[in-house]
Design a protein around this ligand. Sequence first.
Ligand code: IPE
Ligand code: IPE
Ligand code: MG
Length: 252
Amino acid sequence: MAKTEPLPTAEIGDFAVPRHVAIIMDGNGRWAAARGLPRGEGHRRGVEALRRTVRAAGDLGIDFLTIFSFSAENWSRPPAEIRELMGLLRRFVRHDLADLHRRGVRVRVIGEREGLDPDIRRLLDEAEELTKDNNRLVLVVAFNYGARQEIARAARRMAAAVAAGKLAVSAVTADSLASYLDVPDLPDPDLIIRTSGEQRLSNFLLWQAAYSELVFVPTYWPDFDRTALESAIAEYRRRERRFGGLAARTGS
Ligand code: IPE
Ligand code: IPE
Ligand code: MG
């Protein structure tokens, strides 16, 4: 893995750092297979890549980092792999929470918590509670997460508010629906990175990704590091975001 210094601040410039970066951390299994190792080893090395990335995101001045760590569809994997992934989450929270807290990271969790093992729910609650006043970097952990399920949850909450007479039918709008998502005050991701060469969203942040810039990199997740994050950001900076308007230089 290449060791490089972070880009100098002047090079990065506040304007150029995406405020919210979301990552689909993919390719752990293929990383392991390429080395003749069990898939679990890929997942373990993936946790190390996550540590490096959270640190780099904080150093680069990113405000929100969302990571896709377990999808609602990942339950279809073999039970032994699911046990390994659950074990890694437990260990990550137990081992890293104090350090994240010390470094000013606020942890938030999106995804369905019903049906998770009670001890995992407790760990996720504890991580959110302990770090709730931190503001250096918000780390959003998408766990047991599916975007369609999240949108359905939001619709259900809205329907309940309408049924209770607290929300008018005419107040159901794109803006108001966004405020019923799992973490309502989360800005949309500016940049979504997917590792491992796959070019799809796999039910990740479908609502929030409406105008995100997508960067697909061939690197398997366990090899991801600060340099890889910086080059994805460099690619983002070459993009022109128009949001349906006209290019900045032609006037809008
Ligand atoms: C990402 O790596 C981790 C999770 C989805 C939990 P994969 O396990 O999907 O690795 P590949 O895609 O099989 O290589
Ligand atoms: C997406 O990766 C989910 C996570 C990274 C947690 P998958 O490996 O599950 O996605 P597909 O199955 O290749 O679309
Ligand atoms: Mg995968």
